[in-house]
Design a protein around this ligand. Structure first.
Ligand code: SF4
Ligand code: SF4
Length: 443
């Protein structure tokens, strides 16, 4: 089925390139537009259909239709050849991170509507093909962050995170859509069910890459009730007695569940703090890092740090053996990188706030916005062209053409195809020449 999904994606891309206009990207993230602005998108319809199907059949959509899960499973299979990648992150705080992300993404921007300060526009469609959220589009990549960021997101979420936090770690600790599917799954009648004689060998649990205690679930309620189950049927395939099948199980909204080892609250609190700090540091960094990369990166930092501290979700075990020093060095490096990113992000956020005020006309805010953008530019590992363009605009507001030209020149050098920057540069250089100002590039 995943092969069919991939073929469908290729057909979609080829049609877009050939016809110029094609069906809008079936991106679940476009459901945000529907919730916030009432724009009915193709992605939102897909999400509603997938949630409805999940409520009947369980999480087949996750297990059989998600390309992100496929890359995670490929990572697990590859690492498994070297005996790596099977240790899971036991902290429950990490599993609540996607829930918090859903509240942040879907709920927080709706607050003014819920408080009655802003009217919700009601459901509607975008008729123009060029409009964001239309059903047909001439820009198939409109909701994508660009190839480098997409590749980095896959690497962080589906490779690195899986390597340190175990199989399907992204699904369990970072995917906001999985929160909706897990909720719908609780209603699904079709479940992995005990229908035959079980020998108690536990091979079903060992085969489950979703980390479900299959045998414990079967003993507790006669069926797998854990909403992490993605109906991939691996447990059914390995059961030597044929004791389990995918079949109808009675609905239980609060089923008996197998006992679970719980980490001390202090470990959970530290895990939550590390994830929150990392997320704030990475989210929107360099005007490039999307939430689907920021959250797994933050979880990765948290897991490596907790492990380096010798914490294992209950038993405080000092790390021993050959892996100890590399693990601690990795944790220190990641924490230093996170702190640096957080500092850059702080300057970016302050600059954005001051810039908003500056556009309202306060010269002291203009100076502050320039100082903060300059700090972000000089401190960062690179200066994005968006930052330089904004800085150029602010320099011009201050009347500093020389500085503006330097920034615009850097934008054009980095991205020769940026027509806006080229035009702005030509205009500023032309104006400088007309007014007899000293030309910054004059020999
Ligand atoms: S192995 Fe079984 S319990 Fe685990 S995800 Fe697959 S179907 Fe669900
Ligand atoms: S693999 Fe089959 S027999 Fe073994 S514990 Fe699981 S359900 Fe029972």
């Amino acid at each position: 089925m995943l092969g069919a999904v991939c073929v469908g994606m290729v057909v979609h891309v080829v049609h877009g390139g050939w016809a110029g206009t094609t069906l809008a990207p079936l991106e679940l993230s476009e459901s945000l537009r529907t919730v916030h602005q009432g724009v009915v998108t193709a992605g939102a319809l897909l999400m509603v259909a997938a949630i409805a199907a999940t409520a009947i059949y369980g999480r087949f959509f996750c297990g059989w239709g998600c390309h992100f899960l496929a890359v995670q499973d490929a990572t697990t299979a590859l690492l498994g050849r070297f005996g790596l990648g099977r240790e899971r992150a036991p902290w429950r705080a990490l599993r609540w991170a996607p829930v918090a992300l859903v509240v942040y993404l879907y709920g927080w921007p709706l607050l003014p509507v819920l408080l009655g300060e802003v009217a919700w526009p009601g459901l509607h469609v975008q008729p123009a093909e060029s409009a964001w959220g239309s059903f047909q589009t001439d820009d198939l990549w409109r909701s994508m962050p660009g190839v480098p960021v997409m590749v980095a997101t896959f690497f962080v979420g589906a490779v690195a995170l899986v390597a340190v936090a175990g199989p399907r770690a992204f699904c369990q600790t970072a995917c906001p859509y999985g929160v909706f599917f897990a909720g719908a799954d609780r209603l699904a009648p079709q479940r992995i069910t005990l229908t035959g004689a079980c020998s108690g060998c536990n091979r079903c649990s060992e085969a489950c890459w979703s980390g479900v205690d299959v045998l414990g679930e079967l003993r507790a309620s006669g069926a797998v009730r854990n909403s992490a189950c993605m109906r991939d049927l691996d447990c059914v395939a390995v059961c030597p007695t044929g004791a389990i099948t995918l079949s109808r199980a009675p609905l239980q909204l609060r089923p008996a569940r197998p006992a679970e080892v719980r980490a001390p609250w202090a470990e959970e609190a530290l895990a939550a703090l590390l994830v929150l700090g990392g997320f704030l540091a990475f989210r929107g960094l360099y005007a490039a890092i999307p939430v689907l990369m920021a959250l797994p990166a933050a979880v990765l930092v948290a897991v490596v740090t907790l492990r380096a501290l010798g914490l294992r979700g209950g038993a405080a075990v000092a790390p021993t053996g050959k892996g100890t020093l590399p693990l601690r060095l990795a944790a220190l490096s990641l924490l230093a990188f996170t702190a640096h990113s957080g500092l850059v992000r702080l300057h970016e956020a302050r600059a954005q706030t001051a810039e908003l005020a500056a556009r309202a006309g306060d010269p002291s805010d203009l100076a502050e916005a320039i100082a903060e953008w300059e700090a972000a530019r000089d401190l960062g590992v690179y200066a994005p062209t968006t930052l330089r363009s904004r800085l150029a605009d602010l320099y011009l507001r201050r009347g500093d053409r020389r500085a503006a030209v330097a920034e615009l020149r850097a934008v054009v050098d980095a991205d020769p195809g940026d027509e806006g920057a080229r035009r702005a540069l030509a205009a500023v250089e032309g104006a400088s020449a007309d007014q007899g100002a000293e030309h910054p590039y004059a020999e």
